[in-house]
Ligand binder design. Structure first.
Ligand SMILES: Nc1nc2c(ncn2[C@@H]2O[C@H](COP(=O)(O)OP(=O)(O)OP(=O)(O)O)[C@@H](O)[C@H]2O)c(=O)[nH]1
Ligand SMILES: [Mg+2]
Length: 453
């Protein structure tokens, strides 16, 4: 099987399993236990192994116990009995007092369990059950020593309180973990990288010096011409020129040695290494993967390298991964996305020939932040020839995920996409569901690149 066929097969299998789980089936049920399965008398779509408690659960769900709120079977039975058979009637106004809100129903209690579930929240049901129980005790319908459903409900609500607290603590822990200190791993640089860096730094310095000299000179010229406007009209201009060249010479003199070394290195690289740059495959296929934290970058690298859904902690160090798209080998660097890490993006961009910007399409609050980071890259003149793939991830979260058209508009990337040969591409994807990104990656590797960006 080819890679594509394997991916297709896995994706279809995932969809199939999701479908099965909706009917409470599993693949195992279908393949191995066909003979031992029986049909559910309540819902004909359900099949279940003999001996399981499926029918009772199904009955409870039908009676109005929601699946999420499913309690122990015994507790449900107790609640049903109390509500249905106590014979205790509450008027709507008494009911309003119990649940502390206006009630619109016209008939009196006892409520059937279906009505109770439809009309009242679990908390309110527990208040009603408490009131019914108290009334039953008062009338002597239930013995005072009986184990009440209230106790069960208390236990139930305590259980859910504890799990809520645990969830909150877990959230807090995750929030605290995100802004961890960013540690940069020393990168291995070769001779050419070091030379390039030296040249860039020195050229910037010299440009600054030149700029400073020019602005000093202009200022000085203005003052000077004011002072000697009438007196030394002709002499001043020659002095000015001499002063100017003298100052410049002074600066150049202090840097002249360095300047000549740099010029020599630059010329050397330009003349003798063009072949090396253009033939070096790894250099021409270096991809930088950026995007806000929590967008799913590391999850993508897991998909690409291990072909499975990984759960990674927030990235604290840049990491490099090699993957093959068709016959092309790509070296993808995943630099984290939190604020400290973003400072490094630009450094890495210059040693990369292609970019991937990942967005969490389902996170509406953080879209403006993602847009501003994206536009920073798109508006950077130094990067205007670098092909950029925008992966809008997490479209499986259908409640909040933006559509492609909405994103094109909200990210303000229409103008870049409408160019004749756009250097950017937007792909809607879900790394979790393993879909939507392969086309984008293929497009990215096919883009022509300019090596000396
Ligand atoms: N629902 C959904 N969740 C996803 C998807 N992709 C990634 N996630 C989840 O998003 C969370 C963040 O994923 P990471 O890959 O760690 O995010 P990151 O961009 O590497 O974040 P940093 O390392 O902090 O920059 C994880 O909990 C993933 O399971 C997806 O396609 N759908
Ligand atoms: Mg990460």
């Amino acid at each position: 099987m080819t890679d594509d066929e394997i991916i297709f097969y896995k994706r279809e299998k995932l969809k199939f399993n999701e479908l099965l789980s909706k009917f409470d089936w599993t693949e195992d049920c279908l393949l191995k236990e066909q003979k031992t399965l029986i049909q559910c008398p309540i819902d004909r779509g359900h099949r279940f192994p003999i001996g399981s408690k499926h029918v009772q659960h199904c009955q409870l769900v039908k009676e109005g116990f929601s699946k999420e709120y499913l309690k122990e079977l015994a507790e449900c039975e107790q609640e049903k009995q109390l509500l249905n058979q106590s014979g205790i009637l509450f008027t709507p106004s008494q009911l309003s007092d119990i649940v502390h809100r206006p009630i619109t129903i016209t008939n009196n209690l006892p409520l059937s369990i279906e009505q109770a579930t439809i009309l009242f929240s679990p908390g309110e049901r527990s208040l009603i059950a408490q009131a019914v129980h108290n009334e039953a005790l008062r009338l002597g319908i239930v013995p005072s020593t009986s184990h009440s459903i209230i106790d069960n409900q208390l236990v139930q609500s305590q259980k859910s309180n504890i799990s809520q607290q645990l969830n909150k603590l877990a959230e807090l822990r995750d929030q605290k973990r995100r802004p961890t200190k960013y540690v940069t791993r020393p990168t291995k640089k070769n001779f050419y990288d070091i030379a390039r860096e030296m040249i860039n730094t020195e050229m910037k310095f010299i440009e600054q010096v030149n700029h400073q000299i020019d602005s000093d000179q202009t200022k000085h010229d203005k003052d000077h011409s004011k002072e000697h406007k009438h007196k030394h009209k002709h002499r001043s201009s020659s002095k000015k020129t001499r002063r100017s060249s003298h100052t410049k010479e002074k600066y150049y003199y202090s840097n002249s040695n360095m300047w000549s070394v740099i010029t020599w290195i630059r010329d050397f690289i330009a003349e003798y290494t063009w072949f090396w740059w253009s033939s070096n495959d790894s250099k021409s296929n270096t991809v930088l993967l950026v995007g806000l934290d929590d967008a799913g970058k590391t999850t993508l690298t897991g998909r690409l390298t291990q072909n499975r859904l990984i759960q990674a902690p927030p990235t604290s160090q840049p990491s490099k991964h090699e993957i093959k798209i068709g016959s092309t080998l790509l070296a993808i660097t995943d630099v984290g996305g939190h604020k400290q890490a973003r400072r490094l993006w630009r450094d890495y961009m210059f040693s990369s020939t292609r970019l991937i910007f990942m967005i969490d399409a389902s996170n509406r609050q953080r879209l403006p932040e993602a847009r501003s980071e994206l536009l920073n890259i798109l508006d950077d003149d130094d990067l205007k020839f670098v092909p950029l793939l925008i992966l809008a991830n997490k479209i499986d979260i259908i409640d909040t995920a933006y559509s492609e058209n909405e994103l094109r508009y909200l990210l303000q990337i229409e103008k870049y996409l409408n160019e004749e040969n756009p250097r950017i591409k937007l792909c809607m994807c879900s790394i979790k569901r393993n879909e939507g990104f392969t086309d984008g990656l293929r497009w990215l590797v096919k883009q022509p690149i300019k090596l000396d960006n």
